[in-house]
Ligand binder design. Structure first.
Ligand SMILES: Nc1ncnc2c1ncn2[C@@H]1O[C@H](COP(=O)(O)OP(=O)(O)OP(=O)(O)O)[C@@H](O)[C@H]1O
Ligand SMILES: [Mg+2]
Length: 177
């Protein structure tokens, strides 16, 4: 019973111009604290939308049914304000296509510092130091240059870097496809 994440009967439908597309039905799995859990399947089988549903990032055309229990709460019942403390604070997602999910008009340093400040309540300088330490921890060379670079100035692999726990996060979703 020490599941960190427990998904039960997850089903996702999309409203499309051609009617309702039943993209996912009756998916159930659990992930324990500290466990590394991989989901493998053919293209279009629903790996990405499963991750997006956990963070409630699916478009409005999607209907989600089922239960997503995380740290004792059903994420599908939380308000948007409560979800904002979960996203990036308790669960993070490294997106399949980082170039289009990172904000192109802010530097890497500004984007990481903003998340750190929002969740750890640090002043700007301390948050910058924390951001630099995180970049160093994932093995990126020349951290000062990376901090002032825009996402498109890094390689695809560099944009998807993460350490095992994110920045002290209990849960990290990594979408490789
Ligand atoms: N916004 C959307 N509107 C309608 N259908 C969608 C939408 N997003 C995803 N789908 C459908 O949901 C299904 C699952 O898509 P998903 O992106 O989760 O696949 P995947 O398993 O991650 O595939 P890949 O390995 O190619 O990344 C697909 O049939 C896809 O067409
Ligand atoms: Mg995918």
């Amino acid at each position: 019973m020490n599941d960190l994440l427990s998904i039960k009967d997850l089903a996702i439908d999309f409203k499309t111009a051609r009617g309702v597309h039943k993209a996912l039905h009756n998916v159930s799995f659990s992930v324990k604290r500290g466990e590394i859990f991989g989901v493998v399947g053919e293209t279009g089988c629903g790996k990405t939308i499963t991750g997006l549903s956990i963070l409630r990032l699916l478009p409005k055309s999607a209907t989600i049914r089922g239960q997503i229990m995380f740290e004792g709460r059903n994420l599908l019942d939380l308000s948007e304000t409560e979800m904002n403390t979960v996203r990036g604070g308790r669960i993070s997602m490294i997106f399949q296509d980082p170039t289009s999910s990172l904000n192109p008009v802010f530097t890497v340093g500004e984007q990481i510092t903003r998340v750190v400040r929002q969740h750890l309540r640090l002043d700007k300088r301390s948050a910058q130091i924390q951001a630099e330490e995180s970049l160093d921890a994932v093995g990126l060379p020349d951290v000062k240059r990376v901090m002032t670079s825009y996402p498109h100035q890094l390689s695809g692999g560099q944009q998807q870097r993460h350490d095992r726990n994110g920045i002290g996060l209990p849960s990290l979703l990594v979408d490789r496809g």
